[in-house]
Write a protein that binds this ligand. Sequence first.
Ligand SMILES: [Zn+2]
Ligand SMILES: [Zn+2]
Length: 424
Amino acid sequence: MLPLIRLTPLVCRTGREANFTIDCPARNDMLVSGARYRIHVKSKVSTSVEKQLEGVMTVGNKLIFLYEPPICGEYAVILTRNDQPVETFHFFALSEEMARYRPYVGDLHSHTTYSDGKCSPGFRIIQARLLGLDFIAITDHRRFPPCLEAAEFAKANGLDILVVRGEESHPDYPGGHIVAIGIQSPVDELKLDALGNQAQTYIAEHAAIVKELEARSDLVPGLKRELYAQTLWHIRKIHAQGGIAVLAHPYWVSAERFDLDREIWHQCLRDGEMDAIELFGDVKPEDNSLAVQRCMDHLADAGRRYPLVGSSDVHSAKLDDNFGRLFTIVFAEEPSESAVIEAVLAGRSVACEELDGQPFRAYGRFEWVEFAHFLRRRFLPEHKRLCMAEGQLWYQRCFAGGMPDSVLDAVATARISLYVALWG
Ligand SMILES: [Zn+2]
Ligand SMILES: [Zn+2]
């Protein structure tokens, strides 16, 4: 949408005076030169935080005012002239700590033809950009090479997207899918010897964990130690590489029952073994709702909160599933694999759901969720529009005859400059 009148910046800091400008970029008649305006700034969070600025005059074709937001959160700026409303704007004030980070939109769970996905790693990352993602983890079942292929494809074709390394890791019992993010080499392969049989090292390490569990008296009743030991073996191998373990689609229903063993999932949460929970996965909304409630119950019972992520678990080659509709916003210092992981571990991730015809929903720490809702209204639609254009050009470059660097650079610059415009 082309703005008739706008407020900049849209994001500022608490405790620091910001220089706000209201202007009409296309020079329409919404601001009258020489007229006096009233500006009413209201915090959405606190009824005691508001300020009236009377008789503010235009300078050139602009209104300029100073305001220092005292608290974090969203603010409304109500502009009136002769007691008649002109426009209402919104901005968001971040604390000094929050302002260190930028939002990046991504998906931490996806598949390609290397397992049961339906398209190549290269095509998957082009789709990711088309759908508005800044980063994507390629996490095929028991397969690590496709994430490397995706990263290579991006590099070879000059595609500016962060490919996060990973695989979907599987203990040898049904269910219990663990998404390994930020690993440097395969995890599941470590279980096998050169002939494809269970490696002696795995057998020994697993037996040692079973023994460790036998010495514990605090296990969930009914927990199958041998199976939980398998789960722990996978998680420990992921951690040994500096990766994080994400519990995938916890309430996925398979063959008329929840796929994941209830006792193992509870023990995992109780022990704090998992690093994050896939709150939204590509399962029925009812099942995602159960995951939300389980996290709330666990927080109440154990006082422990888990980082949350939303992932599409996309398999299809068509854009007919939840790819781009279930996603994660991380607030990170930069778009890098290590910064994304650091952000998730620090609780600066928001699991997002925006299914067709449904409202946007987000879960995570309150301050980041509040900011995510603001971004959804003020930033993400434009970001997605630019990403869509970029994704189409990428497809043209990689699969349909080519596209010069200059065109790609121009679109990439427009996307990146959105961040600058947002922060002023
Ligand atoms: Zn899975
Ligand atoms: Zn999966």
